[in-house]
Design a protein around this ligand. Structure first.
Ligand code: GLN
Length: 486
């Protein structure tokens, strides 16, 4: 079993069910690979906690009570609260925090039998596109360690690409599953808003936040998505009351006659030539498989940037008010009264980008500016969602790039937060509309760095999206490529 770490979630599950390997053996292999914390992907590793879960899985496999993914390891983005591991959301303000409960997504994956390998580095409170906003240091891209892995789920993408974990959870508010998946050459899906429970997922912008799996193939994502989604009506008021599908059962439909919408705004000047070339080739492959390419327009694509960077900070400024140093998290050592305690705890605990967003958010919500900014942004958000509905009258799925370029060098945008915001242009529209969307590896661009193609579907069409990606992956091997030396 020399290459256990190269096996898919599906293959590992099969070997575990047939008892060809034990959960402890599998966990031990991955823990060994995680030694020294390559790429600084992890924020918390606790071998004993992992092995305890693996031993429990082996007991279930032995006594016939195993779940479908029993013993398969997974690592979690550090914005999901977990009982067995610390949770920081990449922030100093939660340094050493231990949750008394598991997030619903974690609970579901545990109930299906998955073993937790540890918690993954991310941008502080999921605010960022490069993972450089983590309070605990940068994550490096396994394809080129002088480059960013993407963000905010950068640790998740790096861990899966470097075979430190067969799969990981991520969260996507404006692109944080799709963009790092694209930059690290893996597959990731953000489901329809409301599919995955937000209970226990530390809130950034609640009307946009959604959890999803990051793995090496669409097939593995389908398996994981079926396990992690489903109604959670008592604990998340925005949870959708629709049954979870077995997304795996839907893989296999031919894509003959599938209408793929190509938004002209996604292929504008800002798109780097190397990325365009890889996406064009992928579209040709889909065409050869029987799909039809239909030109469409998403005319408000550019407006998604200002709209998102008003709405998300507005919600963040409210969500993050709970971090005050009173009941949990960092409390300053040196204060005179309650207000000075709040002020100093927050000043010491939050990083620069988080403070910038809290201030922007408070500003756009304040008296006199609410109508001019927040309300206008909400109106345009609705128009962006309507544009998608008009487009879906002519096509079944939409395809385009995930990001305008391949992963950039660490430190490149360090003094220019706006540069990072602008690079979110292709992922923000689907987030604002709450649509399911994914990233699929389609080859490499400049400097041999991976390129991801984005697929966007209409509400609740995850099964179709995953099938399109799966059909593409049956015909190509881009998703099987790995970084040199791994
Ligand atoms: N890059 C975007 C931001 O900084 C998206 C982050 C996310 O999806 N969590 O807000």
């Amino acid at each position: 079993m020399g290459d256990l770490h190269n096996l898919s979630v599906k293959a590992l599950a099969k070997l575990l069910q047939s008892k060809e390997v034990s959960a402890v053996e599998v966990a031990t292999r991955f823990l060994a690979r995680m030694g020294g914390n390559p790429h600084h992907a992890f924020l918390d590793i606790d071998s004993e906690a992992t092995l305890t879960q693996a031993r429990a899985s082996d007991a279930k496999l032995a006594n016939g009570t195993a779940g479908p993914l029993e013993g398969v390891p997974i690592a979690h983005k550090d914005v999901f609260v977990t009982r067995d591991f610390a949770t920081t959301a990449g922030s100093k303000i939660l340094s050493g925090y231990r949750s008394p409960f598991d997030a619903t997504v974690i609970e579901r994956l545990r109930n299906s039998g998955m073993v937790t390998l540890g918690k993954l580095n991310c941008d502080e409170f999921a605010m960022g596109s490069s993972n450089e906003n983590s309070a605990y240091g940068d994550v490096t891209n396994p394809w080129d360690t002088s480059r960013i892995p993407g963000g905010s789920s950068g640790g998740s993408a790096a861990a899966v690409a470097a075979r430190l974990a067969p799969a990981a959870t991520g969260t996507d508010t404006g692109g944080s599953i799709r963009q790092p998946a694209s930059f690290c050459g893996i597959t990731g899906i953000k489901p329809t808003y409301g599919r995955a429970s937000r209970y226990g997922m530390i809130a950034y912008a609640s009307s946009l936040d959604q959890a999803g799996p990051m793995a090496r193939s669409a097939e593995d994502c389908a398996l994981l998505l079926s396990a992690m989604c489903g109604p959670d009506l008592d604990r998340d008021s925005t949870s959708l009351d629709v049954p979870v599908e077995n997304f795996l059962a839907k893989l296999g439909d031919s894509i003959k006659g599938l209408r793929i919408g190509i938004p002209k705004e996604f292929f504008s000047e800002g798109l780097a030539a190397d990325v365009r070339k890889a996406i064009d080739a992928a579209l040709k492959t889909l065409e050869a498989q029987g799909a039809k390419l239909i030109p469409i327009t998403l005319p408000r694509t550019e407006l998604a940037i200002p709209v998102y960077y008003i709405i998300a900070p507005a919600e963040a400024s409210s969500n993050l008010s709970r971090f005050d140093g009173v009941k949990f998290g960092h409390r300053t050592k040196d204060y005179t009264d309650l207000v000075s305690m709040y002020k100093k705890s927050r000043a010491e605990g939050f990083g620069e980008e988080v403070k910038r967003r809290i201030m922007t958010g408070a500003y756009v919500l304040s008296h006199g500016y609410y109508d001019a900014y927040y309300l206008q942004a909400q109106k345009i958000r609705r128009m962006i969602a309507d544009d998608f509905q008009r487009a879906f009258a002519d096509c079944d799925v939409i395809a385009g790039p995930v990001a305008p370029t391949v992963a950039w060098k660490l430190g490149n945008n360090a003094s220019d937060p706006l540069a990072d915001y602008l690079a979110d242009i292709f992922t923000l529209p689907a987030s604002l509309a709450g649509l399911p969307c994914m990233s699929v590896p389609v080859g490499v661009g400049e400097s041999n760095m991976p390129v991801g193609m984005q697929l966007i579907g209409n509400y609740l069409s995850e099964a179709r999206l995953l099938n399109v990606a799966h059909q593409y992956q049956l015909a190509t091997d881009h998703h099987l490529q790995k970084p040199e030396g791994i």
